[in-house]
Design a protein around this ligand. Structure first.
Ligand code: 5AD
Length: 363
C-alpha cells in the first residue's frame, strides 16, 4: 500500500482500482483505531501525512495562510439534506448583512492583517448578480491589495463572468460528491449534479482560482464515491480543495446520521496534498469541531490554510451548517491570536500574505 502512496507522489495520479485499494486499506486502519497518533506509528495515514507535510514544506514552507470569512447571508433557496441553512429549516433566524456591514467586516479584518476576504452565503436570490457585482467592486476598490473569494453557489456563466470582471479572484464551490447517484441522495430533485459540474468547469474556464470539495463520511458515501472524488479532483486540477467531515445538524433530515471520522478526513487531506502539491488546502472549521485540535492535525497532514470568522458575533449562531460549530463567540482578533499560538506550537507560522495559488504566478 505504501507503494501506491509513493506512486501517487511520483505520477500525481492513480488508477481507479489503485485508489480503491489504497482507500479501503487506509479507511480500515482508521476504523480500527490504528491511524493515530501521526508520529511513531506505522499506519498508512502516518506515512501519507509525513509525505504531505514534506511536500507542503517544499512548496509553501511552514506558512499558514489566513482567510477572513464573512457569512453575509443565511437565506438559501436550496434544500440540501445535510445543511442547517436549508430552505426547509424553519428554526433558523434568517439574516442578511448590508453592504455597509460587509465593508465593516472587511475593515476590521484588514486591520488584523487579512489579505483575503471570503464572502460566503446561502443561495440568496436577494443578492442579484448586479448587487453582488457592486459589492465586489467596492471591496476591490477599497482593498486593491486583497484577494476576494466568493462562495455563493451555482450561477450561470454570465453571472460568473460579471463577477470575475468586477474583480473577484477565487471561487469555492464544493462538488460535494463526484458520484451522481450519491449526489441525488444528498440533494432534492431540483438540484442537479450535472449543473454543479458545469459550474466548476465554467469557473475554471473563466480563470478563477477554483475550489471544489467534499464532506468525508456524508450519509450514503462509500469507498467508490471517494474514489470518484479523487479521480474528479485529479482531472479538474483545482487550485483549492475544501474537505471536512460531515457533521449532523439537529434540524435537518440527516440529524440522526453518523458524523464523518477525523482520521478518514486527515487521510484524504494528506492524499490530496500528495496529488496536488501546490493546492490551497484549508484545515476546516468542521475538522476543528469533530475534535479539539483537529485543525492542527489538518495542518500536520498537509493543509496550509485556515479561515477564521469575521462575521459579526450577533449573527454567528444563525449560521450553523452543523451542530457544535467552534469559535461561535470568538472575536476575529482573539481567533487569530489563539490560532497563531496553536500553529506555532506545532512549528507553523500564520502569515499575512494574500496566499494565491502558486499556479497563478506561472501564468
Ligand atoms: N457537515 C459538514 N459540512 C457541511 N456543509 C454543509 N453542511 C454540512 C454539514 N452538516 C459544507 C458543505 C458546503 C460547505 C459550505 O459546508 O460541503 O459546501
Amino acid at each position: 500500500m505504501r507503494k501506491l502512496i509513493d506512486k501517487l507522489e511520483k505520477d500525481k495520479k492513480l488508477s481507479y482500482d489503485e485508489w480503491k485499494s489504497l482507500l479501503e486499506y487506509g479507511f480500515k486502519e482508521c476504523r480500527e483505531g490504528k491511524a493515530l497518533p501521526l508520529f511513531d506509528n506505522d499506519s498508512l495515514l502516518a506515512y501519507a501525512s509525513e509525505k504531505a507535510r514534506n511536500i507542503r514544506l517544499c512548496v509553501f514552507g511552514n506558512k499558514v495562510y489566513i482567510r477572513g470569512l464573512i457569512e453575509y447571508t443565511n437565506f438559501c433557496k436550496n434544500d440540501c439534506y445535510y445543511c442547517g441553512l436549508r430552505l426547509g429549516n424553519r428554526e433558523v433566524k434568517r439574516y442578511r448583512l448590508d453592504k455597509e456591514t460587509i465593508l465593516k467586516c472587511c475593515e476590521a479584518g484588514y486591520e488584523l492583517g487579512f489579505k483575503t476576504f471570503v464572502l460566503q452565503g446561502g443561495e440568496d436570490p436577494y443578492f442579484t448578480a448586479e448587487k453582488m457585482e457592486e459589492i465586489i467592486r467596492v471591496i476591490k476598490e477599497k482593498y486593491p491589495d486583497c484577494a476576494l473569494t466568493l462562495s455563493v453557489g451555482e450561477k450561470d456563466m454570465e453571472t460568473y463572468k460579471l463577477w470575475k470582471n468586477a474583480g473577484a479572484d477565487r471561487y469555492l464551490l464544493r462538488h460535494e460528491t463526484a458520484d451522481k447517484e450519491h449526489y441525488e441522495k444528498l440533494h432534492p430533485k431540483d438540484m442537479s449534479f450535472d449543473n454543479r459540474m458545469e459550474c466548476l468547469k465554467n469557473l475554471k474556464e473563466l480563470g478563477f482560482q477554483t475550489g471544489c470539495g467534499l464532506m468525508v463520511g456524508s450519509p450514503y458515501q462509500d469507498i467508490d464515491c471517494i474514489v470518484k472524488d479523487m479521480k474528479f479532483i485529479e482531472k479538474l486540477q483545482p487550485e483549492m480543495v475544501g474537505i471536512g467531515p460531515f457533521l449532523p445538524q439537529h434540524s435537518t433530515p440527516f440529524r440522526d446520521k453518523n458524523a464523518g471520522g477525523l482520521e478518514e478526513t486527515l487521510f484524504i487531506l494528506s492524499l490530496v496534498r500528495i496529488m496536488l502539491p501546490s493546492v490551497l488546502l484549508p484545515s476546516t472549521t468542521a475538522l476543528g469541531t469533530v475534535k479539539e485540535g483537529g485543525r492542527e492535525l489538518g495542518i500536520l497532514c498537509g493543509a496550509n490554510v485556515v479561515m477564521p470568522n469575521l462575521s459579526p458575533l450577533d449573527y454567528r449562531e444563525s449560521y450553523q451548517l452543523y451542530d457544535n460549530k467552534i469559535c461561535m463567540g470568538d472575536e476575529a482578533a482573539e481567533s487569530i491570536k489563539s490560532l497563531s499560538k496553536n500553529m506555532a506550537k506545532i512549528g507553523y507560522e500564520v502569515v499575512r500574505d494574500r496566499g494565491d495559488s502558486p499556479k497563478m504566478k506561472l501564468q
